[in-house]
Design a protein around this ligand. Structure first.
Ligand SMILES: [Zn+2]
Length: 543
């Protein structure tokens, strides 16, 4: 299979996205995770722009990546200056990164209007800057900014800019759809023209998603001869984002017969998407192609039995190839077949217990009528099924809990200043544990207290973290008597599960979802139920 180089811009373009702010540690974590995944080039940022990026390059000089080459990003020398006197280019060299990516203009109007330089001066800046960095022993990527707009406006000049970079020895020329306005047909035509004109030159494509075509444009460019693709994890980037590099990689490998990260590494794709989302403090959009939790989710009884017989009809590829899995959404419409299929996915084989299926289904329907929903609450559903089979023995039981929400006069009603404290009393076997936890909100305080109370009996709970908390009022017409449904998402670092609680009282609904989340975490890890001994003390746990 022919190789297509993968070039990640998450730490440069991705960081421009609204809502993303990465610390030094975050940037290093993402770089190392992408390195493990097999990305070929990782752009680290601007080595001159701020202390954080300077420290980033320093750290990777001391502890280099294992597979990926690190790229430092900058621009060509300024007009009327010699690259040898350019502080920005000097910073690229000093960064220690083996690859320098420099952006230069390839659109005549940009040169004359924005840069206010002559067209020839722009060509000089490109050629001399590339030659200077090559002389310093660096691998050079020339980013032809606005190449596609340039090609549309003045074809000959856009190609002359590429000639300047290519002639000066650029190792790779990235054709950039900087404002994201181009469509696949045009991208394919323009890339083909560049590839045709400069045989043997490596071309990359850099697409933004403003027209909703960033992934399609990247694939069209590869079809036309580009052999390097630039993008960001999950498409994070300014405005509507960049090409989602993970989707591009999966498409190139699974649909177009190219090699990017290898078949083994491709199985990490879903984990990488979730990991980077987590570091960026986002939850991965559930409808993300390949990696999202809904990417291979199916609803409806008839459909579920059909998919078991003929998965290709409803799944465009095998989810295992990208580390994802098929999900059956249990809904009020669920039939026996979809419940059995769902249980199977949860690792519970119901084929030996056909007599239980109807009673489980009845219980699911009864609970759904009360306001429960198991579509995203796999953990609670697994406990319900195991309970019906008589195999679920709770790891702990509640004696009581009390939550105090303290809103001091001097802090007013601002929620972020309110403090919550929870005290709980639980039993593990014959042992009784009392613990107090604090948190910004009552659920955080309850979670802290419960984890503290269980810490000595079940140290595994320390690794379980609440990552998402959703509240829904089910009958708003009755005001405060409305039924509240709380759905909690929990992770232990390697997998994620959902649990649900329902009550007229939001704290009680949260408590129920919280108990299920820890119980399910303990059950799936195979932690045996402890009989316990003695009395636990009271401690405080700050969340
Ligand atoms: Zn960009």
């Amino acid at each position: 299979m022919e190789k297509v180089q993968t070039y990640d811009c998450t730490l440069r373009d991705g960081e421009q996205a609204e809502g993303i702010s990465l610390s030094l540690e975050d940037k290093l974590r993402i770089a190392r995770r992408l390195d493990d995944f097999g990305i070929d080039v990782i752009e680290g940022g601007f080595p001159a722009s701020n202390p954080k990026d300077i420290a980033f390059f320093q750290e990777l000089r001391e502890h280099p990546l294992r597979h990926a080459k690190l790229a430092a990003f900058g621009s060509t020398c300024r007009k009327g200056t010699d690259p040898r006197d350019d502080p920005g280019l000097a910073d690229l060299v000093a960064s220690g990164a083996p690859v320098a990516a420099i952006v230069g203009k390839a659109w005549d109007k940009q040169v004359t209007r924005a840069l206010q330089a002559s067209l020839d001066e722009n060509l000089r800046m490109i050629a001399e800057s590339v030659a200077f960095l090559k002389d310093q022993g660096l691998e050079v990527v020339f980013d032809a900014e606005h190449f596609f707009d340039g090609y549309r406006s003045n074809r000959a000049y856009a190609l002359e800019c590429l000639a300047a970079a290519s002639g000066a020895g650029a190792d790779c020329i990235a054709l950039c759809d900087t404002n994201g306005g181009s469509l696949p047909f045009f991208i394919e035509e323009a890339v083909a023209a560049a590839v045709d004109r400069f045989p043997g030159q490596l071309f990359a494509v850099h697409c933004h998603n403003d027209s909703g075509c960033a992934v399609a444009n990247s694939l069209a460019a590869v079809r036309a001869g580009a052999r390097s693709v630039q993008g960001t994890v999950n498409g994070y980037g300014e405005r509507v984002g960049n090409a989602d590099l993970l989707t591009v990689i999966a498409d190139l490998q699974l649909k177009m017969g190219f090699d990017c990260v290898g078949a083994d590494n491709l199985r990490q794709l879903t984990a990488v998407a979730n990991y980077v989302a987590e570091v960026c403090t986002f939850s991965l959009w559930s409808h993300t192609p390949y990696a999202g939790s809904s990417a291979f989710a199916h609803k409806g009884g008839l459909h579920a039995s059909a998919i078991a017989r003929f998965p290709e009809a409803y799944e465009h590829t095998q989810p295992e190839l990208v580390g994802n899995s098929t999900r059956m959404l249990v809904s009020e419409l669920a039939g026996k077949a979809s419940l059995a299929a769902k249980a199977d996915l949860l690792g519970i084989d119901l084929t030996d217990h056909p007599e239980y299926i109807q009673s489980i289904l009845d219980e699911v329907k009864q609970r759904e009528a009360e306001g429960y929903s198991y579509e995203v609450a796999d953990g609670s559903l697994a406990l319900l099924i195991e309970g019906a089979l008589g195999r679920y023995v709770p790891h702990f039981t509640l004696e009581s809990f009390r939550v105090i929400v303290d809103d001091r006069e001097d802090t007013g009603a601002r929620a972020k200043d309110a403090q919550s404290e929870a005290t709980i009393k639980v039993h593990v076997g014959d042992a009784r544990f009392v613990a107090t936890g604090e948190g910004v909100g009552p659920v955080g305080a309850l979670s802290s207290a419960l984890k503290l109370a269980l810490a000595s009996s079940y140290p595994q709970v320390a690794a379980m973290h609440l990552v998402d908390f959703k509240v829904r009022l089910l009958d708003e017409s009755t005001g405060t008597d409305a039924i509240t449904r709380v759905v909690i998402t929990t992770t232990d670092g390697s997998s994620t599960w959902g649990t649900v609680g329902v009550s007229e009282n939001i704290i009680e609904a949260s408590w129920n979802a919280l108990v299920d989340s820890l119980e399910y975490g303990l059950c799936r890890a195979g932690v045996p139920v402890r009989q316990g001994a003695g009395e636990g003390g009271a401690e405080t746990w700050q969340s």
